[in-house]
Design a protein around this ligand. Structure first.
Ligand code: IMP
Length: 194
């Protein structure tokens, strides 16, 4: 079976990927290859960060891998917080602070359109392929729901009456940016298997 590293320290993402690729691809964690350092994410775009993380692991550990990067892009804020989603209100702040800042900046803004974007960078034998997952929606005026993480309580996907934070993990996974990008990656492996 092909072995591939998922360059993430998020145990939920690892578990999801292991389940999605079970029996087809062996997903290996960073810990398992002895990578315990912080991987740099210093690029100005989501695409650039996904690429930077995947190539960091490929170049340093000489093993095929993929990495993901995600951001919330809000039209009325010119695409912010985007690549700065994790640290919009400052380094190492709680998700609540980032959401508060978004709600504050979105006060009195009639255009509530936004989207989540995930980019996965796959590096095999030094060759990169990227997969993108986008889910469109709108930013609410206040938080709703307690599931999920990040900006889930203020994001309502188009065509649904609940926010991501009011959905179960399974419901969210079916329509989410990361779910879409991960399934594209899975399709790629399925159609490229020898
Ligand atoms: P990451 O690249 O997956 O680590 O995501 C960067 C940041 O985007 C996170 O720290 C969250 O603030 C936000 N984010 C990513 N995915 C989601 C999601 O599914 N729901 C809400 N916020 C998210």
């Amino acid at each position: 079976m092909i072995k591939i590293v998922f360059a993430t320290n998020n145990p939920n993402k690892l578990r999801e990927a292991k389940a999605l690729f079970a029996g087809k691809i062996e997903i290996v964690s960073l810990k398992e290859i002895g990578c315990t350092e912080d991987i740099p994410e210093t690029q100005p775009t989501i695409e650039g960060n996904a690429s930077q993380k995947a190539f960091y692991v490929y170049n340093k550990y000489n093993i095929d891998c993929f990495a993901d990067d995600t951001g919330l892009e809000i039209d009325a804020l010119g695409g912010e917080p985007g690549v700065y989603s994790a640290r919009y209100a400052g380094e190492n702040v709680a998700f609540e602070k980032n959401m508060e800042l978004v709600l504050e900046k979105m006060k009195n803004k009639p255009n509530r359109k936004a989207n989540f974007k995930t980019v996965i960078s796959l590096v095999i034998n030094g060759m990169e392929t990227q997969f993108t997952g986008i889910v469109k929606g709108e930013i609410l005026q206040q938080v709703l729901g307690i599931s999920g993480f990040g900006y889930d309580p203020i994001f309502k996907p188009t065509g649904f009456t609940e926010t991501f934070a009011e959905m179960t993990a399974e419901q969210k996974n079916k329509i989410s940016h990361r779910g879409i990008a991960m399934r594209k990656l899975a399709d790629y492996f399925n159609s490229n298997k020898k």
